[in-house]
Design a protein around this ligand. Sequence first.
Ligand SMILES: NC(=O)c1ccc[n+]([C@@H]2O[C@H](COP(=O)([O-])OP(=O)(O)OC[C@H]3O[C@@H](n4cnc5c(N)ncnc54)[C@H](O)[C@@H]3O)[C@@H](O)[C@H]2O)c1
Length: 371
Amino acid sequence: MAAKYRVGIIGCGGMSRNHVNGYLITGRYEIAALADLNESAMVDMDERFGLTTKHYTDARAMLEKENLDVVSVCTWHGGHAPWTVAAAAFKPKAILCEKPMADTLGAAEQMLVACRRNGVKLAIAHQRRFLPAYTLAKELIAKGAIGDVHLIQSFGGDGLPNYSSHQTDMYRYLLSDDECEWVMGNIERKTDQYERSTRIEDCALCVFQFKRGPRALLLSDLVPNHYQGAKVFGSEGMLDMNTEQLMIMNKDTGGKWELHEPDGKFFTVKEKGKRFEWDEGAAGQADELADWIEDKGVHRGEGQNGYKALQMIHAVYESARMHEKVIMPVRTRVNPLDVMVESGHLTPERPGRYDIRAFLLRGERMTSDNQ
Ligand SMILES: NC(=O)c1ccc[n+]([C@@H]2O[C@H](COP(=O)([O-])OP(=O)(O)OC[C@H]3O[C@@H](n4cnc5c(N)ncnc54)[C@H](O)[C@@H]3O)[C@@H](O)[C@H]2O)c1
């Protein structure tokens, strides 16, 4: 049996458990070491998965000592670039970094440069690309089952970078990685709201035009419900999909909705229920990462795709900042929302910083500036 890849995790909170779970399900990895500012987070991880790992409160020390094959970066967004760049310098075979790829496009570019410079494969954890309903939707669209795609509609919440970077990535996945041509959007930000230490808007409305003709409409924090998935309207039919199921209506279904609940590579929706999207997504992305390391094809979450998903989000902010339709690629490398606020262009009318994910922090902290 092939040797298992040695994994080290930077940031041992909620989402890192999904990485560990995915690695273990595939049977292709061993979790060698953990790094977190809090010893208790690492102890929790060991107990949850029955692991015996080395613990580091300094992630750089872990990178120096552990000779890792794979590094997972699971800190908050602002830590993704510094820790990916640091890990890349130690030349692991691959890095799996959480989404959104970074808090600025400039930092995301540095991640791509550092990994390229060191020959490291970089994947960004938009793990829903591994859900069978998403892949079935992509295949149906590609074979023309609903004709020409006119519109993809989705609903986001809790800020564009966090929730909706999954959706901008989903648009591209559904469209076989078609490129976004232009973006137009507007935001409202009357309170000083952050999400995992990244400044976010109160609500947003966004339109994305793709090169081959389709467009996507995203309403974020504007309607009561949001979910991962989409409604796709074509010239000859419609799709309505979420993380478990897909419905299609076209002439072959006699104009009626036809339900599909495809099995994943690892699990079925029936056996996993609400855990399906997490367990299947985590295992799928970990499995394909090992394949990529072994040069059996490219990972569908490769760095360029994470970069483009982030770019579409920052294009919305840039559109709001510049009052224009933003032609891709975005050329502003800092976060346009930060520029808007810090320049006085969009001062919160109700001041007072708060973070909607502060409940994730440990101890007395209310903000996390050490990510
Ligand atoms: N892919 C998804 O569907 C999905 C879902 C949830 C979260 N996420 C992403 O995962 C990332 C982490 O979110 P979370 O909910 O797990 O947060 P969390 O607060 O639960 O975990 C973050 C951990 O990082 C640790 N940390 C912070 N700075 C560190 C440092 N310098 N060195 C080592 N450890 C450090 C913290 O102590 C904490 O334990 C975010 O970027 C988030 O967007 C992705």
